[in-house]
Write a protein of this length. Structure first.
Length: 481
């Protein structure tokens, strides 16, 4: 009997202050009252004569067939029956299930603690995005949609030069035509991202034909070779060019096929960029030893959130070349990365509240969750990352998750912890620990209320969180305590 007072005190404090979880009690009470009312109604209905047609609950209303009329619904109170056509034309909307409490987009960013760790940070972010994006219940922010590339460069000037050259060629002025075609080719090559290889290949065919008419056989062969490199399947149109052009073009084609091919290794910073060579998608960086004919090849790299990169890369016969550009982020993404760097350097990074800048990151990226990896590299080159995650909506956080990107078990463990946080397994939007007042998190509170009261309160905690053991919730570093 002496334990009743501390027990009542703890229960009063718990139920009176943890307002975030007391919403379940009214719902249960309301459900019980509804069940009792339903039983009384059922008894009254049994004593009354059965109506000719029965009422179907809204949640169980069958979907009418396309060619079948919909019978008018009857109610307990007399009401005029609705016409069949009206009921069919305006069916009751189906109830949509409420989204889970953890639903929201996830932003994943990795920042280097020092500049020398930048390549490692890029790798950590790429791997984290791939691992979390592979989860069916995680929705990553689409950086490409948020930060689209700049508009493509206009190519009208090159088109005008080509049209002028073609008019001169048709008017039998091959010397002036060759000059215009050379200017058009130079213009297009300044824009490897926007220029289609087929378009540039056609320019070189006309340039070769113009040079051939001028008696420049070597120049014609060079132009035809460039046309074949741009568009290997191209052939001069028979209705536009004579047999002499056809023969010279085929000779250049045979000479090119006899030369030994070279290879090109293609990578990027950050990696994961889509690679297109001569307009053909070959995969994502890094790519090893792409075999190509000798000569300049248009290579274009694209990555969501970054400015597309393009270049005419020279490949030498029997030689191995390398291409590894650093991609430039779009202005919007560059501002986001600068903000993420400031967050990672903040003294409030490990605090119980949202560090300055996290809410702004969520707003800029349209994300409820922000996952940030702070990447360091020691003197021996070993990389280590520490992961932090925040729920911007509930102000909860996960901190101090260590990740060794070179150790599979460490990677898997870190991803599992972050995934559990994102999906509410560590913290739920309506869970009791998030609603507990600060006084109930103090050790002296539990000492004051006594062991029985603490045990009783713990039992309530356990009962309010089905399938989530209390021992995991209490003191969990990712639960916002």
């Amino acid at each position: 009997m002496r334990l009743k007072t501390p027990l009542a005190l703890s229960l009063a404090l718990l139920l009176g202050t943890a307002s975030g979880v007391t919403e379940a009690a009214p719902r249960r009470g309301s459900s019980a009252s509804a069940r009792k009312a339903k039983k009384k109604t059922s008894a009254a209905e049994q004593s009354a004569p059965a109506p000719e047609s029965t009422e179907t609950p809204d949640s169980e209303e069958p979907t009418p067939a396309a060619d079948a009329p919909v019978a008018p619904r009857t109610t307990l109170a007399p009401a005029p029956a609705a016409p069949v056509e009206t009921a069919s034309a305006h069916p009751a909307p189906a109830a949509q299930p409420a989204p889970p409490t953890w639903a929201g987009h996830v932003a994943v960013l990795a920042v280097p603690a020092k500049p020398d760790a930048t390549p490692s940070a890029v790798r950590v972010e790429t791997d984290l995005r791939a691992a979390l994006g592979a989860q069916a219940d995680v929705r990553l922010v689409d950086l490409g949609a948020l930060f689209p590339p700049p508009p493509p460069a206009p190519l009208e000037q090159g088109d005008v030069l080509f049209d002028e050259g073609k008019e001169l060629y048709d008017n039998l002025d091959p010397e002036a035509a060759a000059k215009k075609f050379s200017e058009a080719a130079a213009f297009y090559e300044r824009y490897p991202v926007e220029t289609k290889p087929e378009r540039l290949g056609r320019v070189y065919v006309f340039l070769g034909a113009s040079r051939l008419l001028n008696g420049d056989t070597a120049g014609a062969r060079e132009a035809f070779t460039r046309a074949l490199i741009m568009a290997p399947s191209r052939q001069p149109e028979s209705e536009l060019f004579g047999q002499d052009v056809q023969d010279a073009f085929n000779a250049a084609k045979g000479a090119l096929s006899q030369q030994p091919r070279g290879t090109l290794a293609i990578d990027s910073v950050p990696s994961g960029a889509q690679v297109a060579v001569k307009g053909e998608n070959l995969g994502t960086t890094p790519l090893k030893d792409v075999e190509l004919a000798p000569g300049p090849h248009p290579v274009v790299l694209t990555l969501p959130g970054y400015v597309p990169f393009g270049v005419f890369q020279q490949v030498a016969p029997s030689q191995r070349g390398e291409l590894r550009p650093t991609l430039e982020p779009t202005p919007g993404l560059a501002a986001v990365r600068e903000l993420a760097t400031n967050v990672s350097a903040s003294r409030a990074l490990t605090s119980d509240t949202l560090p300055p800048g996290v809410a702004e990151l969520g707003e800029k990226l349209g994300a409820r969750y922000v996952v940030l990896a702070r990447v360091e590299q020691d003197g021996s080159g070993r990389t280590e990352a520490v992961l932090y995650a925040w729920d911007v909506q509930l102000k909860s956080r996960l901190r101090g998750v260590k990740l060794d990107p070179d150790e599979p078990r460490s990677r898997d463990s870190a991803v599992q912890q972050v995934h559990a946080f994102l999906t509410g397994q560590h913290v739920s939007g309506s869970s009791l620990p998030m609603a507990l007042p600060a006084v109930m998190k103090k050790p002296w509170f539990w000492a004051a209320v006594g062991g029985v009261a603490a045990a009783t309160t713990a039992g309530i905690l356990l009962a309010s969180q089905p399938q989530k053991p209390l021992g995991i919730r209490l003191g969990n570093f990712g639960a916002g305590w």
